[in-house]
Structures are given as C-alpha cells and as structure tokens.
Design a protein around this ligand. Structure first.
Ligand SMILES: Nc1ncnc2c1ncn2[C@@H]1O[C@H](COP(=O)(O)OP(=O)(O)O)[C@@H](O)[C@H]1O
Ligand SMILES: [Mg+2]
Length: 219
C-alpha cells in the first residue's frame, strides 16, 4: 500500500469536528473544481460507500450500541478505512487523480486516541498498520471551538446526529486539542483554517490551499 518511488496522484483529507463545515465546504469546492479537473477529481468520504465499510460504519454509529468498547470502536474505524483505501483511494491515486476525502487517519487519533482516551500514539500506530502507511499529501483542518461545532449540528443539521456527536463537551474539547497538536507536529502536511468564518470565506481559504499545493493539476 505504501507508495514507494514515484508518487502517483494527490490525496487531500478534510478534518475537523462534526459541525465544522467540512461537508458544506467540500460540496462547494467540488462544484468549483469539477469543470476544471473533470474526471481527474475523485471525491469520497470515510467509509467510502463500499459495502463492507458501510456495514462497519452502521455498527459504529448506531446509538443502540451502547456496550461498544473503545478499542473495538477504534479497530472498526481502522478496518473500514482499510477497505476504503483498497477499493477507492489507492486505485484513484494509481490513476493520478486528485482525491478529496472527508475524514481520514487524524479523525481516529483525535476521536478515539484523545476523545476516548485510549492513547493517540497507539491509535496512530494501529492505523499505520491499517493504512499501510498511506498518509494524505495535504490535510485541511477546519478549526472551530467545540461549542460552535456542537451548536451548528444541534440547531441546523437533521441528516445524522450520531453516537459520537452526543458525547459531552469535554470529549469534544479533547478532540479539538488533539487535532491542534497533530497540526502543530505535522505543519507541512496539515493546514489549519479558521472555520468560524463565513461559508464563502471558508471555501475561499480551502481552494487557495488546494490550488497552491497542487499546481500540476491546474496548469
Ligand atoms: N462557515 C459556516 N458558518 C456557519 N454555519 C456553517 C458554516 N459551515 C457549515 N455551516 C452549517 O453547519 C452545519 C454543519 O455543517 P457540515 O458541513 O455538515 O459540517 P461537518 O461536515 O464538518 O460536520 C450545517 O447546518 C451547515 O450549514
Ligand atoms: Mg460532514
């Protein structure tokens, strides 16, 4: 799974808490980039719409699964991620595509490692096994105070309020702190944007970063 030698395609992940505006921005970015990139653009989200990963996602997010152990949760996310890589991400990268993915490895480190407090290093290591070391070339982290993210999903969003969304504020604050630590540790990969700004401004910021980092796709 590791891309030895020649780097093929580009892999960009969108990260941040629920309610940060990732999906909203991603949809607009796709609308703007599709006429330019056409079939060079691949948009996906974890778990990636394949049969196995969707089945795993259903188990993880089902609010009835109150007995789920924290490590079970982390392993299931990693298993769904693996299948998504194999079926979707790696084939697209092999065809030199620009892949935009809603959530990836940093979500596991922040939510399970820090949020659930099972250890960020352990979760990262376990995910290196799951991903075969495939990291994004670029990660855009949507930073918002936890209260803002929660407020947005509770007041506006009707599609899905899941088992993790209903965790208490301290959980979400640990998640944000962890995201900021990862961003600080890997500044070359992770770009932080202020997601409290207006939707239009956020999209502008995201597109600026994508253009700057992927010139070869826009010539
Ligand atoms: N920049 C923004 N300012 C205000 N509200 C926003 C912004 N971005 C998204 N929203 C709203 O917040 C809610 C959550 O957005 P969403 O894109 O689903 O977040 P995420 O995918 O990060 O969970 C939606 O109702 C959306 O319209
Ligand atoms: Mg979303």
């Amino acid at each position: 799974m590791k891309r030895d030698g020649i780097v093929k395609g580009k892999f960009i992940s969108f990260e941040g808490p629920d309610g940060a505006g990732k999906t909203t921005a991603l949809n607009k970015v796709v609308t703007d980039l599709t006429p330019v990139l056409k079939d060079k653009l691949v948009v996906t989200r974890e778990p990636g719409g394949n049969r196995i990963s969707e089945a795993i996602r259903h188990i993880i997010l089902d609010r009835k699964n109150t007995e789920m152990d924290d490590r079970t949760e982390a392993l299931l996310y990693a298993a769904a991620r693996r299948q998504h890589i194999v079926e979707t991400i790696q084939p697209a990268l092999d065809e030199n595509k620009l892949v935009l993915c809603d959530r990836y490895i940093d979500s596991s480190v922040a939510y399970q490692g820090a949020g659930r407090q099972i250890g960020t290093t352990e979760v990262y290591q376990m995910n290196l096994f799951a991903t075969g070391g495939l990291l994004p070339n670029l990660t855009i982290y949507f930073d918002v105070p936890s209260e803002v993210g929660l407020q947005r999903i509770m007041t506006h969003r009707t599609d899905e309020i899941n088992r993790l969304d209903v965790e208490q504020l301290s959980f979400h604050q640990r998640v944000r702190k962890s995201y900021l630590e990862i961003a600080k540790a890997q500044p070359q990969r992770i770009k932080v944007i202020d997601a409290t700004k207006s939707k239009d401004q956020v999209v502008q910021d995201v597109e600026k970063i994508i253009y700057a980092a992927n010139q070869e796709f826009f010539n």
